[in-house]
Design a protein around this ligand. Structure first.
Ligand SMILES: Cc1ncc(COP(=O)(O)O)c(C=O)c1O
Length: 414
């Protein structure tokens, strides 16, 4: 099947609607959340219409069907990431998955492989989304561990020149983003994972901006944990994924406690079901999990490599068009070998919020602000940026509209 974004757009009902008094929707905010194809919307609705019951609980046919639907979605996610089914934990989103890790690590008793003591080190980077920064800041405060980080170079790459003094024999956890949601930078994981494992630490990958956009194999990357969000991967909101090596999930204490995550309970104590169940208390977001399975099958059918190639074409074109605009400065690498499809920029003295509103009047949806990566925007010397982020349904025409809109804004605010 040849990749054609115009055909793909037909799968997404939102592109049938008009925006701001009859304008075509130019959706360039997939980094925040992606649009959903009909198959995903229908799968959620179908679950509620035909199979709704509490998975893993009832003794009746509907409960059996709900359990079967949820567990097949788990297999789909496992296949998508190249992991095992028992290594997939469903959460509400990546933010919850990262908090799960930080809290569970913080609760690990002495003798446990995850136990953190004062003086142990946790490593992040200046380009982390707040979701992969604040949980580790808080964990460091709770345990007395030391938070360290890789700095970002002026052109928006991780500065690895000092890798040996950032990741040291005291390092216990390294938690880094695969692709920056602001700069688009794709980080060189091989070197980082190797150094992490050489010092006996655990590598956690925030794959929110990579899993939806390129082939990602947990085995090939040799990482220990990975998180991503369903809603950024053409799936529903309300479902995130934590993948962890089976041997590590077995050691990790649970984060939330309650029904369905236990093996045995007395009035004074409880023991835990094996992973992934011990991390999934409460009735899960079943319809959303089922929708995520359908979403990942949809992406697989189109082809993750094809999606990645398409986004590279769009991003390369966007960078070349935007660079022609006077006073426009791209914040992040412009070399396609170093980046994926999120392009942030400033436009002279025009405030990104004003630019965003101006573009919105033409039906062009971009994101403006610090993109939940405040330390990074500060480091790059800007208060805020405008970000255009791309996905499988974007076209070169979308980019032309963006570039025209930016030029019009420049004239308007002159
Ligand atoms: C790199 C990165 N990490 C984490 C998150 C948090 O994702 P969620 O809000 O789905 O939990 C985002 C969301 O934008 C992100 O871009």
């Amino acid at each position: 099947m040849t990749f054609d974004p115009l055909v793909i757009r037909k799968d997404f009902p939102i592109f049938d609607r008009k925006i701001r008094d009859g304008k075509r929707l130019v959706y360039l905010d997939s980094g925040a959340t992606s649009q959903k194809p009909s198959v995903v919307i229908d799968a959620e609705s179908n679950f509620y219409r035909n199979h709704n019951a509490a998975a893993h609980r009832g003794a009746h046919q509907l409960a059996e069907e709900a359990t079967e639907a949820l567990e097949s979605a788990r297999s789909v996610v496992a296949d998508f990431l190249g992991g095992a089914t028992d290594e997939i934990v469903f959460t509400k989103h990546s933010t919850e998955a990262l908090n799960l890790l930080a809290y569970s690590i913080g609760d690990s008793p002495a003798g446990n492989v995850f136990h953190l003591k004062a003086g142990d080190e946790v490593v992040v980077s200046e380009m982390e989304h707040h979701a992969n920064l604040i949980p580790w800041q808080q964990l460091a405060k709770r345990t007395g561990a030391v938070l360290k980080w890789f700095e970002v170079t002026p052109d928006g790459r991780l500065d690895l020149s000092d890798i040996e003094s950032v990741i040291t024999s005291r390092t216990k956890i390294v938690a880094l983003t695969h692709q920056s949601n602001v700069l688009g930078t794709i980080n060189p994981l091989a070197e980082l994972v190797k150094r992490t494992h050489d010092v006996g630490a655990i590598f956690i990958l925030d794959a929110c901006q990579s899993v939806p956009h390129m082939p990602v194999s947990v085995a090939a990357l040799d990482i220990d944990f990975l998180v991503f969000s369903g809603h950024k991967s053409v799936g529903p909101t309300g479902v995130g994924v934590l993948w962890g090596r089976a041997s590590l999930l077995a050691e990790l204490p649970p984060f939330l406690f309650g029904g369905s995550m236990i093996e045995n309970v007395t009035m004074l104590d409880a023991t835990w079901a094996p992973a992934p169940r011990k991390f999934e208390p409460g009735v899960p977001n079943m319809a959303q999990i089922v929708g995520l399975g359908v979403a990942l099958n949809y992406l697989t059918k189109i082809g993750m490599q094809e999606i990645h190639n398409h986004e590279n074409t769009i991003t390369k074109y966007a960078i070349s068009k935007l660079r022609e605009i006077e006073k426009l400065k791209i914040i992040g690498p412009t070399d396609m070998k170093l980046r994926g499809g999120a392009v942030s920029f400033t436009l002279g003295e025009i405030h990104p919020h004003d630019l965003g509103q101006f573009l919105d009047n033409s039906g062009i949806a971009v994101r403006t602000g610090h993109h939940c990566a405040w330390p990074l925007t500060r480091k790059m010397g800007v208060a805020a940026t405008t970000r255009a982020s791309f996905y499988l349904y974007n076209t070169l025409e979308d980019i032309d509209d963006l570039a025209d809109g930016v030029r019009d804004a420049q004239k308007y605010f002159a």
